[in-house]
Design a protein around this ligand. Structure first.
Ligand SMILES: NC(=O)c1ccc[n+]([C@@H]2O[C@H](COP(=O)([O-])OP(=O)(O)OC[C@H]3O[C@@H](n4cnc5c(N)ncnc54)[C@H](OP(=O)(O)O)[C@@H]3O)[C@@H](O)[C@H]2O)c1
Length: 470
């Protein structure tokens, strides 16, 4: 006879066949106790049921070691401690010179260590790598996976450059590698691609992936000067002392490469994505952009058409009515265009300790509850495609007759159609900025035209060429 508490039945995590009966056994220990088996005709099935029930009874929380107790690491610890999660337990914190990192709000049982080898050799189940960079973080991750442990990381550089190899290693050794926090911080765009959008075929994506650049450019939109707003970003902890990774577009291209693998299903070398820095954008560009009904944001975009892959990162003009124009401060936004499902927009806090830590803790919970990633097949690809988009080109010249005809002539020779020529009054004749916008054309054709234009003696700085997102 089998008695089954129907309150348990609704949980249905797995089915066990007992004789000709199917009974539902919940994974929670308390629920498994509610099932009593007094008569069983199939001893093999009984053995299986007993083993699984025992396993569920002895299941202990996942033991978590934090590698790196900085902005994100300390926020992860804070959430783990405050949320009192039953399925995960913070057991170790590793950081160099760890004594200065120690806090009094973690459980006394937590081991604080500056010996990475000792923590890797301990009985922790999951290494949470939050130190950043390729080395030595990559070595710790590799060794943890080699040992069959799982790894959760927010390290976009490591995942962009070595994610495929590390995932293979994890699969071979029976562990898991999760990196939901590596792109767009607290916005669940990676879990969204791995789960909710896995059934679609994403053809195009564009996003604001770097909070520092978005803070700088959205402040410049309000009238701030680049140098001043960079200093504010550094003071607020949004930008590093050396901001090159962010303002140069290198951070965003790593994130774009990760998203391209999950969305477009292509494995690309991030170095093939040539980023354009935001440093060349100035107040005059925001003024001209406004006249054209646009603003400027750092955008990372990629698309796949007829087997050809195009990807780029840089400051671009975006329509004031586009959702991306609404993204201000350190916010991030990703727009994915699916063949079947159309546009899906993710937006929210793309950086910061707590938002990023939420993504890390969510990955930990997914591991603890045994949820498996959907395997998304991807193939190596070269970035050979080009976007055919309108461009904004700002020239700054010492004024003289014939400048416009020389520029339009060079563009015409490459069969590039002009959309508008805009010159605002009030600028001096010896440093006169004016703008030419052109109809959609290939970047290569425009670059050929600009090569000739760059030799004009009237130019006092290089023309600034920005894509316009439509
Ligand atoms: N902050 C964000 O908003 C954000 C958002 C998304 C993703 N991420 C990613 O999350 C990771 C952590 O970022 P974070 O902002 O938390 O950085 P962070 O504040 O600089 O923290 C890094 C921590 O790791 C420690 N560490 C670094 N190298 C180490 C080494 N070789 N040996 C031992 N300890 C080392 C640092 O110790 P010291 O104090 O001695 O330097 C520091 O405590 C990075 O991969 C980052 O890209 C961050």
């Amino acid at each position: 006879m089998i008695s089954l508490d129907l309150r348990a039945a609704k949980f249905i995590p797995f089915l066990l066949r007992v004789s000709s009966w199917y009974c539902v056994v919940a994974s929670a220990q308390s629920i498994s106790k509610e099932i009593q088996v007094s008569e069983v005709h199939d001893s093999a099935s009984l053995q299986q049921s007993v083993t699984l029930a025992q396993e569920s009874q002895v299941r202990r929380p996942l033991r978590i070691a934090l590698f790196g107790f900085g902005t994100v690491g300390s926020s992860v610890a804070r959430i783990l401690v405050e949320s009192k999660l039953k399925s995960v337990e913070l057991t170790h914190v590793f950081n160099r010179n760890v004594a200065r990192k120690r806090v009094d709000w973690t459980p006394a049982s937590v081991v604080w260590s500056d010996d990475a080898d000792a923590v890797l050799a301990s009985d922790v189940d999951v290494i949470v790598e939050l130190a950043g960079g390729l080395d030595p973080a990559g070595g710790w991750v590799r060794r943890a996976l080699e040992a069959g442990k799982s790894v959760v990381t927010a390290n976009k550089k490591l995942i962009a450059y070595h994610g495929v190899d590390l995932e293979r290693l994890a699969a071979a050794k029976g562990g898991h590698l999760k990196y939901g926090a590596a792109v767009a911080g607290g916005i669940p765009v990676i879990p969204g691609l791995e789960q909710g959008l896995a059934g679609d075929r994403i053809e195009r994506m564009e996003g604001i992936l770097n909070g520092t650049c978005n803070f700088i450019l959205s402040s410049m939109e309000q009238g701030a000067e680049y140098a001043n707003v960079l200093a504010i970003a550094q003071a607020k902890g949004y930008a590093e002392t050396d901001p090159t990774e962010d303002v140069g577009g290198f951070d965003a291209r790593s994130k774009l490469a990760i998203l391209m693998r999950l969305a477009l299903r292509v494995i690309v070398d991030p170095e093939e994505i040539v980023p354009q820095p935001i440093t060349a954008v100035s107040a005059v560009d925001f003024s001209y952009a406004r006249d054209l009904g646009c603003t400027i944001r750092q955008v990372a975009r990629a698309e796949q058409t007829n087997g050809s892959v195009a990807a780029t990162v840089g400051p671009m003009l975006i329509d004031l009515h586009s959702p991306m124009a609404w993204s201000r401060g350190t916010e991030n936004m990703v727009i994915l265009t699916g063949h079947y499902g159309g546009d899906v927009v993710f937006s929210g806090h793309g950086a910061g300790g707590h938002p990023t830590a939420v993504a890390v803790v969510s990955d930990l919970l997914a591991l603890a509850h045994g949820s498996r990633r959907v395997e998304i097949p991807s193939v190596p690809a070269r970035i050979g495609g080009e976007f055919k988009v309108p461009h904004y080109i700002r020239f700054t010249v010492v004024d003289r007759p014939g400048i416009v005809s020389e520029i339009t002539g060079a563009l015409a020779r490459e069969h590039i159609n002009i959309r508008a020529i805009v010159q605002k009054p009030g600028y001096p004749a010896d440093a006169l900025p004016f703008v030419v916008t052109v109809e959609p054309c290939k970047s290569s054709a425009l670059q050929r035209a600009l090569e000739g234009i760059r030799t004009m003696d009237c130019l006092i700085e290089q023309p600034l060429d920005l894509q316009m997102l439509e």
